[in-house]
Design a protein around this ligand. Sequence first.
Ligand code: ADP
Length: 197
Amino acid sequence: MAGADAQRVPASRAPVIFLGPAGAGKGTQAARLAERLGVPRISTGDMLREALAQGNELGRAAEPFLERGELVPDHLLIKMIRDRIAAADCARGYILDGFPRTLPQAEALEEMLGSSAQSCIVLNLEVPREELLKRLGGRGREDDKGHAVEHRLQDYEDLTRPLVVFYESRGQLHRVNGFRDKDAVSADLQRIVEEQA
Ligand code: ADP
């Protein structure tokens, strides 16, 4: 029966893009949603830190930026994501956590996705700035210290905020209040993605 088959072999899902500043809970929520949907979560922060640990070409190129808490140059991220989403495990969908973060990255993604770009689901986790500072202050990772925290939040305002406008103008943006209990946030995100499927 067609219905039963459809349950056994999940149809491919539209790519999901997470936006939101450092500390908004993107990583946690993206991981939960990925598990729920059975698709990989592609975390650019994790991939960059792994490249750094391996000391490979990408890691060496990204290192000075990561240390300063600055965005890594677009061309490095674009290549990294282009290669990653071409992998077999992304064929049935994936969640992008940390990409795109700038307009040139968003434009490059549009090109990579072609006609499926229109079906992307964009989730924007919103948390007040004071709460972000509080959360990041308590997190203690090397690039979460003082000046670096301010820097990352400022980069978000300057470079990533325009993406909110970009995706909103195309009717792809879903705003979610991230200043709530984690489970309530997860439930909302899941509902949005399932409604779009
Ligand atoms: P956070 O979201 O808390 O800033 P991430 O783990 O997502 O942390 O990213 C860590 C660092 O990796 C960022 O501060 C930045 O230097 C780099 N990075 C991650 N994604 C991107 C991206 N799309 N473009 C440029 N730099 C990135």
